[in-house]
Design a protein around this ligand. Structure first.
Ligand code: PMP
Length: 398
């Protein structure tokens, strides 16, 4: 009898299941809006020009591949930290932010969960309803009981702020609260400045432990603009953790490159946290990979390359926004006049408000693939498919 005979397969990941169905679909008009990757106007995941330039240079140098430190390359961590907190951050100068290179935004949360778990006996966590599914899985794996706070308001096409604040008010001290800094996945709806202030006030009053996930810096309003909330929380003296990722804004999905940042009370506390972070890294994967870190460090520390990269991020952001507008225009042209809310959302995703049945009709009748919950990746729209998608949505709504 095999060792694995009694092992049941895990349920299919819904997004990968969708991709499977999409791949098998032979219709020439098929469109995959289930994916979580930015695509260019030709439907390809881009290799940024700055990345290619640096990669060619790295190849020519023929660098060796020793183990990096457990918390990653020091130069990388410095650059990643400045991008999130601002180059002139007094908290950086005070040595109270611990930054460690992570395996993307996913790795940032994994390491943070281990450190939180060691720091507090309260193993409760709350995530937005809905959220990126891995938030729940990773926290549960670290021993957390994960609940949800109200977030998506389907009727008003926005955030249920009263529900959110009520749910956070009821949380025990020390509960980990996962928040999306910008470009909420899956809904596309973000908190306003005033709403963030109310959340921060509650976090302070009720001693909640914030994890701010920033997987899409630069995809909402701009690189600095999108980090503004984090910078304000730091200035207000809150201690919390940020997960940041270069998967999207460098289009380096497969390199697994991101960072986890612990905002501590002072430099002494930061040193203790750093030792915990190194232990968490060591026990999970020992040391992070070098290649992506070298690319990102070279670009961010070179004035010209950095400026060129900022332009590339701007172009991706503007393209997504123009596709949102084109989708709404296409819907209007097809007689659908109540989906303007798509233009109020930010980032790669849109909750379009269609039911599970309508989403299935989109697939079977029109070969357009989004998730059952109605999430469409607007970053996969392009001038060649957007009108077709708009017409398809209009048809399943009629
Ligand atoms: N957080 C959120 C909200 C995400 O949407 C994603 C990616 N889909 C991640 C974290 C993980 O990012 P990465 O691919 O860099 O691990």
């Amino acid at each position: 009898m095999s060792l694995f005979a009694g092992l049941r397969a895990t349920p299919n990941d819904p997004i990968f299941g969708l991709t499977d169905r999409f791949n098998k679909d032979t219709d020439p008009n098929k469109v995959n809006l289930g994916v979580g990757m930015y695509q260019d106007a030709h439907g390809a995941v881009p290799l940024l020009k700055t990345v290619l330039k640096v990669e060619n240079g790295l190849d020519a140098q023929g660098l060796p591949r020793p183990y990096p430190p457990m918390d990653g390359l020091a130069d990388y961590n410095r650059e990643a930290q400045k991008l999130v907190f601002g180059a002139d951050s007094p908290a950086i100068a005070a040595g109270r932010i611990v930054t460690a290179q992570s395996l993307g935004g996913t790795g940032a949360l994994t390491v943070a969960a281990d450190v939180y778990s060691a720091a507090s006996p309260n193993h409760a966590a709350l995530v937005s309803s809905p959220t990126w599914a891995n938030h729940i899985a990773i926290l549960q794996r670290a021993g957390y009981t994960v609940g949800t706070y109200r977030y998506y308001d389907a009727q008003r096409h926005g955030v249920d702020v009263d529900g959110l604040l009520a749910d956070l008010s009821a949380a025990e001290a020390g509960t980990v609260i996962v928040l999306h800094e910008c470009c909420h996945n899956p809904t596309g709806y973000d908190l306003t400045r005033e709403q963030w202030d109310a959340v921060a006030q509650l976090a302070r009053d009720r001693r909640l432990t914030l994890f701010i996930d920033m997987a899409y810096q630069g995809f909402s309003e701009g690189l600095d603009e999108d980090a503004e909330t984090i910078r304000r929380l730091v200035a207000d003296g809150l201690t919390f953790v940020v997960g940041s990722s270069f998967s999207k804004n460098f289009s380096l999905y497969g390199e697994r490159i991101g960072a986890v940042h612990f905002v501590c009370a002072d430099a002494d506390e930061a040193e203790r946290v750093r030792s915990r972070v190194k232990t968490a890294a060591r026990e999970n994967y020992s040391t992070p990979p070098l290649h992506g870190a070298r690319i990102v460090t070279t670009i961010l520390s070179d004035e010209q390359l950095r400026a060129q990269w900022v332009e590339e991020v701007t172009a991706m952001r503007e393209r997504i926004k123009s596709m949102r507008r084109a989708l709404v225009d296409g819907l209007n042209a097809a007689g659908v006049h109540d989906m303007e809310f798509i233009n109020t959302q930010a980032g790669m995703f849109s909750y379009c408000g269609l039911s599970k049945e309508q989403m299935e009709l989109l697939r079977t009748e029109h070969h357009v693939y989004g998730t059952d919950a109605g999430r469409l990746c607007v970053a996969a729209l392009n001038p060649g498919n957007v009108d077709y998608v708009a017409t398809a949505i209009a048809a399943v709504r009629s």
